[in-house]
Design a protein around this ligand. Sequence first.
Ligand code: THG
Length: 269
Amino acid sequence: MIIIGEKINGSIPSVAKAIEARDEAFIRDLAVRQAQYGATYIDICASTSPNVERDTLKWLMDIVQDAVDTPLSIDSSDPNTIVDVLPHAKKPGLINSASDEGGKCEIVFPIIAGTEWNCITLTCDNNGIPTAPDVKFKIARTIAEKAQKHGIAFDRIFMDPLVNSIATVPHAVTSFVEVTRNILDAFPGIHITSGLSNISFGMPIRKSINQTFLVLAMGAGMDSAIMDPTSLDIRTALYAAEMLLGIDEYCVEFLDAYREGIIGPPPKQ
Ligand code: THG
C-alpha cells in the first residue's frame, strides 16, 4: 500500500496555528511520526490565502525535508503554485493534484514529463465532481490519454476517483468500486488513491467508517490512500486487509509489523 500521510494540512486547526506561529517543532514532529509509521509520501497542504501559499509551502518543504527522507506530496488546488514550488523539492515526489478542470493537466504534465515526479489526478472537470461512475470513468480516460500523450507512463499516475460522501450519495462506495475496477482494467499499471475521510462527511464515528471504506476499496484494487498513518486502528485494518487479500503472502508484513509494535501491542518477552 502506498500511504500518503495527510497530517500536515493547514485545514486542520492545530496545523493552521502552527503555520501561523511558524512553529517548526510541531510540523517536524508530524513529519517524523508519519514517516515512522510507514508513510510513503508526506502530504503538505498550506490551506492559506493564495498570496502566501507559495511561501508557506516552501517553509513546510524545508522542515519536512530536513526531518525525514520521505518524498513529499505537494497538495494545492492551484497547479501553477505546485509547479512554482517544485524546484524547492530535494527529490521527486507526488503532485497533488491535477484534474480535467481548467487545463490543469496541460499545466502539470509538460513540467513532469521526463522527470520522476508522480501525479495524483482527480476525476473531475469543469462541470464539478460527478457522482455517476461512467462519468468518472470518462474523465479518467481523458486524463490517462493526456498523460500518454506527454509520455507519462500509467504507473506514474495516481487516479483519485473522488469518492462521494455516503451521507449524500447512497451508492458512493459501490460506484467507487465500479470505477476503480474499470480504471485498473483499462490502464494497466495505474494507481488508485483516495482521501479516506471524504466518505464519512456529515456522519458520526467517522474513523470507523473511513477504516471500513479503506478495506472495501482495497478489495476493489485501490493501492494507495491519503490517510493518517499515526492511527493504530487504521494501520491495523490496512495490514490485515493486505494479508487477507493475498497481497502480503505468508503474512510476512503483518507479522513483522506486529513484532515491531507497529500494529497491536508488542509481544511480551
Ligand atoms: N484527495 C486528494 N487530496 C486530498 C484529499 C482527497 N487532500 C486533502 C484531503 N482530501 C486529504 N487530507 C486530509 C487531511 C486531514 C484530514 C482529512 C483529510 C483530517 N484530519 C483530522 C486531524 O488530523 O486532526 C482528523 C483525523 C482523523 O480523525 O482521522 O480530518 O480526497 N487527492
